[in-house]
Design a protein. Structure first.
Length: 174
């Protein structure tokens, strides 16, 4: 195998393992996946940079290597280091608060995902100026649907509170 083919295979393995680890629930594995993706990206920049050459010194007659990919790699290393430090801080804070580094589903997010609303439903749009014709979901109607849903939920909670107060008053009278 050629040296560049070996680097390509290593880069592909790093990308695939990095993406796999990023999709895990453990924050430590997410950090390791991010580090592997950063290293795979550095290899990608190195492979794409072209043939190697002599160092770019003044007065050299040989073909000099392009310093721009080297600057990109150095910048990518610094960015990877900064984001890794941030992820480490998140992992440490999560461990101190919950004694676990696994991210669980939030019950409020799950409830919002299960909530029935007409956000995805198609609405008739006045005019034929959309690429979908006269039946298209507009972003404005989506926002209006969400506002209407929130208003209905608020009215339902107020109604439930009023009924509870009536029951309490009847219980106090009896």
């Amino acid at each position: 195998m050629n040296a560049s083919l070996t680097l390509v295979v290593i880069m592909v393995v790093l990308y695939s393992v990095g993406v796999y680890l990023l999709l895990e629930r453990s924050m430590t594995r997410v950090l390791l996946g991010f580090l592997l993706l950063g290293n795979a990206t550095n290899l990608l920049i190195l492979i794409v940079s072209g043939p190697s050459g002599a160092a770019a010194f003044f007065g050299e007659e040989d073909a000099a290597a392009d310093p721009l990919p080297q600057a990109f790699i150095l910048t990518a290393i610094v960015i990877t280091f900064g984001v890794s430090a941030f992820l480490l801080a998140l992992i440490y804070r999560s461990w101190r608060l919950a004694n676990a580094d696994v991210v669980y589903d939030d019950s409020e997010d799950l409830a919002m995902g299960r909530r029935r609303s007409s956000v995805t439903g198609d609405r008739a749009v006045a005019g034929d100026d959309t690429e979908f014709g006269t039946r298209a979901a507009a972003a404005i109607s989506t926002a209006i649907d969400l506002e209407e849903q929130e208003e209905r939920e608020e009215q339902e909670s107020l109604e439930a509170e009023r009924r509870q107060q009536e029951r309490d008053e009847k219980g106090a009278d009896a």
